[in-house]
Design a protein around this ligand. Structure first.
Ligand code: MN
Ligand code: MN
Length: 292
């Protein structure tokens, strides 16, 4: 990964985050929000590293609008966006309170403060568990729980979840973060602090490029291999290119075992969830927050 590309992806993600914060209002179509964010990424010279997630209230992650989505922005909205420049990644998220709720605001402060505290203690050779510990402690000090089965992650070229996880609670694994690119993403909730796998999200990842006979499925496979490579994509993007017959092709690819279809991730007690996320580049003598 070229450092200049990592920095550029981070800068674009940061600019798009500011842009999104300004224009997102209650009762806007999630579909419109997603398209504006993804277009802005392209306008600024990047590509979406994954479909924008716009998850409301107890949906913690992985809600991206479908091509005909009619849901309006409301409640506690998590905006999670990714940018890549030649496969070099930036992954960042923030939360907005769209109903003027004190509790939402407190939840947002808790995850943001947890992220800040985690970044403060970063240096080369820190253990992932120590980051989890400070995230847990910070969120608890605000009176909430972290989501313990969601976590941050290492990133490599065209690889969003590259193997190392950064927990949101202390763990017993002794994983040391060496030089590299990482996302740290605390989630705070008024609920039990776990998510379960809900309905399919329309977000997919290519897991196997084995042959398939159906012409529409082959056409989709070709687009994935050329444009999305090994990064997540969604049905909305393919409907835009090929029309609604893309949905049929996607189902065939899924049944043939070519794709992983991500589920929505829902808080187990259906309580609200906030999220904050930044991408961090750990170098020999320096830690750079690329998406701030
Ligand atoms: Mn993210
Ligand atoms: Mn992430």
């Amino acid at each position: 990964m070229k450092e200049s590309n990592i920095i550029q992806a981070g800068k674009i993600a940061s600019d798009v985050k500011k842009f999104a914060r300004e224009f997102i209002k209650k009762d806007m179509l999630l579909l419109e929000i997603a398209e504006k964010i993804e277009s802005k990424i392209v306008e600024l010279g990047g590509k979406p590293a994954f479909p924008v997630s716009l998850s409301i209230d107890d949906v913690a992650a992985h809600y991206t609008p479908s091509y005909d989505d009619e849901i309006l922005a409301k409640g506690l909205l998590k905006i999670d966006l990714g940018v890549h420049v030649k496969g070099c990644l930036a992954d960042t998220a923030f939360s907005m309170d769209l109903e003027n709720s004190e509790e939402n605001k407190k939840l947002i402060t808790a995850s943001e403060q947890a992220l800040k505290n985690a970044i403060k203690i970063l240096n080369k050779n820190i253990s992932a568990s120590k980051i989890g510990k400070i995230i847990h402690e910070t969120i608890e000090s605000h009176g909430f729980f972290p989501i313990i089965n969601l976590s941050g992650h290492s990133m490599e070229e065209y690889d969003l979840h590259a193997g190392i996880t950064i927990p949101n609670i202390e763990d017993t694994k002794n994983i040391i973060l060496e030089k590299g690119l990482y996302a740290i993403e605390p989630f705070a909730t008024t609920g039990n602090g776990k998510v379960y796998e809900g309905k399919p999200s329309g977000i997919y990842l290519l897991t196997n490029n084995k042959n398939i006979r159906s012409p529409i499925a082959r056409e989709i496979l070709k687009i994935i291999e050329e444009e999305y490579i090994t990064l997540p994509f969604c049905s909305r993007w393919l409907v835009k290119k090929l029309g609604t017959k893309a949905l049929f092709g996607l189902r065939q690819l899924e049944e043939n075992g070519n794709l992983h279809h991500f589920p929505q991730l829902i808080e187990i007690s259906h309580n609200k969830v906030s999220q904050a996320e930044n991408t961090i580049l750990i170098k020999d003598n320096e830690v750079i927050v690329t998406t701030e």
